[in-house]
Design a protein around this ligand. Structure first.
Ligand SMILES: NC(=O)c1ccc[n+]([C@@H]2O[C@H](COP(=O)([O-])OP(=O)(O)OC[C@H]3O[C@@H](n4cnc5c(N)ncnc54)[C@H](O)[C@@H]3O)[C@@H](O)[C@H]2O)c1
Length: 358
């Protein structure tokens, strides 16, 4: 993993030193591929906080742009200003990592991609949830074929604290949960169901604590071959549904909590028919009778290994022309178009056709 030559280290500056900017700052302090040159934030107190942590704070964005030693910027501001900052940085020769969502519309994103091509810069988005082990386990399970033909994938994040009381509550700043969490979960689904085209989306947004932006949503993604993926984010869910669920013709997999391993159950004896009926207060059923070890087997998948700093390692290698960037312009655009289709579907109260694949 660390065969990177120290000579290839790149100098980076974080723009926006809030919650996520601080996360990047902590990581980059010990990076094997990046020197953290400093940060810039429009708020003086955030710059002072950086300096108290012995991180240099630039006095303006222009000062960052004028610093010839800066190879790249990581933009961790609210979503509405990603585009202008990214294009300005690329125009003076900096490479750019944007926090997710990369911006708030496909038109904006196209302008950013055009700038990356025009100025010949690496421009990518920090899809760090590609390194979450729950997602990696589900991706492995899908690719293993162990479940037979997969026809349902469900991915949920449930919290009960509403939307944070910051810019995430404001539509003009790119607030709401589709842009905040939907982007991660949609991106993961497109990587799991890598072999099928997405043909249709149907989305319903919640407005339980906020009228202006979605504070949760349920998005059904209809793929080829009758595979449906459900992506759900809730911020008023006091009991959480499982993080991931996947089911196929011959078995099912589940991850109940973020940090728990994937449990897989599969059928090894279809011909054994002797089901014991379930008797409830009002009747009985054989169809829905649970299986026992005569027909099913269970296992826990080994937890995948991951290191989220591989994102930066790839970015630096992409700058040096050693590797293609992992999060591509095409994938960024597909994710953005799915989010736009989800908003449109919610507005129309009906499904919206798409034709998209990573
Ligand atoms: N990838 C992830 O896991 C993850 C997690 C959280 C947030 N994010 C993303 O990171 C970005 C920032 O989110 P956050 O939670 O850190 O928000 P935040 O409000 O905590 O921090 C944003 C910071 O940007 C500063 N800022 C605003 N406009 C600026 C400008 N023009 N120039 C310089 N600084 C400016 C603000 O003063 C603030 O300190 C968002 O795009 C968000 O979606 C990503």
């Amino acid at each position: 993993m660390s065969e990177n030559n120290i000579m290839n280290k790149k100098n980076g500056v974080i723009i926006g030193y809030g919650g996520m900017g601080s996360w990047h700052g902590n990581y980059l302090k010990n990076s094997d591929v990046v020197n953290l040159k400093g940060v810039y934030d429009i708020k003086a107190e955030r710059c002072e906080l950086a300096e108290s942590r012995e991180i240099h704070a630039y006095s303006s964005f222009e000062e960052v742009l004028a610093d010839k030693d800066v190879d790249f910027v990581t933009i961790a501001t609210p979503n509405d200003v990603h585009k202008s900052l990214a294009i300005a940085a690329m125009a003076v020769g900096k490479h750019v990592i944007c926090e997710k969502p990369v911006t708030v519309s496909s038109e904006d994103l196209q302008e950013m991609i055009d700038a990356a091509v025009k100025y010949d810069r690496i421009f990518t988005v920090h899809q760090n949830r590609r390194w979450d082990v729950d997602y990696l386990a589900m991706r492995k399970l899908y690719r293993s074929g162990d479940l037979g033909q997969v026809y349902k994938v469900e991915s949920r994040i449930h919290g009960s604290r509403g939307i944070p009381g910051d810019w995430r509550q404001r539509p003009e700043q790119g607030g709401g949960m589709i842009l905040d969490w939907g982007i991660h979960l949609i991106d993961q689904i497109m990587l799991i169901v890598h072999d099928k085209k997405l043909k249709k989306v149907w989305c319903h947004c919640d407005h339980i604590t906020n009228e202006l932006v979605d504070d949760g949503f349920a998005l059904d993604m209809f793929f080829e071959d009758d595979l449906v993926a459900r992506v759900e984010v809730g911020t008023s869910n006091f009991v959480s549904m499982p993080r991931f669920y996947m089911t196929g013709a011959n078995g099912s997999g589940i991850i109940r909590e973020w940090t728990e391993p994937c449990e897989v159950v599969w059928c090894h004896n279809w011909d054994y028919k002797d089901a014991v009926p379930v008797v409830t207060a009002a009747g009985l059923t054989k169809t829905m009778a649970p299986r026992d070890e005569k027909t099913i087997a269970k296992k826990q998948l080994e937890r995948p290994q991951s290191d989220v700093h591989d994102f930066y390692r790839n970015f630096v290698k992409a700058i040096d022309g050693i590797e293609p960037q992992l999060v591509t312009h095409h994938q960024m655009m597909v994710d953005m178009k799915i989010m736009e289709a989800a908003f449109e579907s919610d507005r129309l109260c009906m499904p919206v056709d798409v034709d998209l694949q990573f």
